[in-house]
Ligand binder design. Structure first.
Ligand code: APR
Ligand code: PHB
Length: 390
């Protein structure tokens, strides 16, 4: 089979890229390891920057989002018995959209299927070949049959554990990494959110986050050891920690409902440079990971896709190669900004096992400053709502 762009991975990055290329008359094939049902059941991020919302409109998959989204004007930070609101609309003039990645993936799959896209689920043994040449290939197995896709470009959108980045010789790629000494244990519950806005809570016992997916669906997280077994955390134990960490108001308002999903995610910061290797382009989690504090993962994947699809359109419509040549550098600037912000939010709000009493006091003082000074709040706000492009 021959196509213009061979895409590996049907997460938000791969699907969005394929859809935007299709709208611009460029053909692609997506090869995905898992089943469609599996991909559509994964519970992931849910906070969208304005730029990501615009891209979903450009991709013509915004109808359901526009009807069901929640708009958020800021976040609350709970610490030391206090609750402080950082008003993003007042500080930056911008708000955020709450709309789950799970829903985005469902809408993208539907749009791609309706357009007759070549989307291969349960593709096994995906391998990339000759990506440094003008005729790259992707081989895979489907229902036991060996198959091949020939293309002009390969987009590696197959996440952190994918095959694309792993196929690049180690001496041609630089990795930068920080692993945090904790994870997030998250539950999804059919219950109204405890507050209208997200609450990021810092406490001696560890961090907690009170988030949501809809007016009737809450997403709650607590910091825990990265090697914990979620089975050791019955709902009552999680709720007890949420009450202790969230402060008095949250403890009084939090209503317990059974979890409908429970999972533990380790926290990691990671960047692989460069993002381009010949005619192979890495995008999204395949190239970078951020800890979830600050909700940058999905937004960053969307930002890569925005740059990549425009560069591919410029190549096919105007024979321009300059945007493809600039892809890695353009993306990396935004990626490192998001790395810095996510690392900073994580460091400020979590409890580190080895911090000294002096460092603990500094941490409280920093949260106090960030939530009290307009200049410091603005620095948080402009990063959270998403820095401008270009
Ligand atoms: N072959 C084919 N597909 C693969 C392979 C492989 N060898 N390895 C992984 N995949 C698929 C995964 O099953 C997944 O569906 O690639 C897809 C990658 O999707 P994501 O991990 O969601 O990554 P991305 O599309 O870059 O989206 C980034 O998702 O993980 C969150 O927090 C992250 O919000 C961010 C966003
Ligand atoms: C979420 O709702 O899953 C969420 C929200 C904000 C974050 C991280 C995760 O910073």
């Amino acid at each position: 089979m021959r196509t213009q762009v061979g895409i590996i991975g049907a997460g938000p990055a791969g699907l969005l890229l394929s859809q935007l290329l299709h709208i611009n008359g460029i053909e692609s094939v997506i090869l995905e390891k898992q089943s469609r049902e599996y991909c559509e059941a994964r519970i992931r991020a849910g906070v969208l920057e304005g730029g990501t919302v615009e891209l979903l409109h450009e991709a013509q998959v915004a109808d359901r989002m526009e009807k069901q989204k929640l708009l958020h004007g800021g976040i609350e930070i709970a610490f030391d018995g206090k609750y402080r609101y950082i008003d993003f609309v007042d500080l930056t003039g911008k708000d955020l959209t709450i709309w789950g990645q799970t829903q985005i993936v469902r809408d993208l799959n539907k749009a791609r299927a309706e357009a007759g896209a070549n989307l291969v689920f349960e593709a096994e043994d995906v391998a990339i070949h000759d990506y440094e040449s003008d005729s790259p290939r992707i081989t895979y197995t489907k229902d036991g049959e060996p198959l091949e896709v020939q293309c002009d470009f390969i987009a590696g959108c197959d996440g952190y554990h994918g095959v694309s980045r792993a196929s690049i010789p180690q001496d041609q790629i630089s990795s930068f990494e920080r692993v945090y000494p904790f994870g997030w244990l998250g539950i999804l519950v059919e219950n109204p959110p405890v507050s209208d806005e997200l609450i990021y809570a810092h406490s001696e016992r560890g961090y907690a986050l009170f988030s949501m997916r809809s007016p009737t669906l809450s997403r709650l997280y607590i910091q825990c050891n990265a090697d914990e077994n979620p089975d050791d955390w019955p709902d009552e134990r999680i709720y007890e920690e949420l009450r202790l960490r969230g402060g008095e108001r949250v403890a009084a308002d939090l209503v317990e409902a059974p979890s409908i999903e429970k999972s533990l995610a380790p926290l990691r910061s990671f960047v692989a440079e460069p993002l381009r290797h010949g005619n192979l382009f890495l995008a999204g989690d395949a190239a970078h990971i951020v800890p979830p504090t600050g909700a940058k993962g999905l937004n960053l994947a969307a930002a890569d896709v925005r740059i990549l699809y425009r560069a591919l359109v410029a190549y096919y419509k105007s024979s321009r190669t300059d945007l493809l040549d600039a892809y890695s550098e353009t993306c990396l600037r935004r990626i490192w900004n998001a790395q810095r912000f996510s690392w900073w939010m994580t460091s400020m709000l979590h409890t580190f096992p080895d911090s000294t009493p002096y460092e603990r006091r500094l941490q409280i003082s920093e949260i106090d400053y960030v939530t009290n000074s307009r200049a410091a709040s603005l620095a948080l706000a402009e990063n959270y709502v998403g820095l401008p492009f270009d």
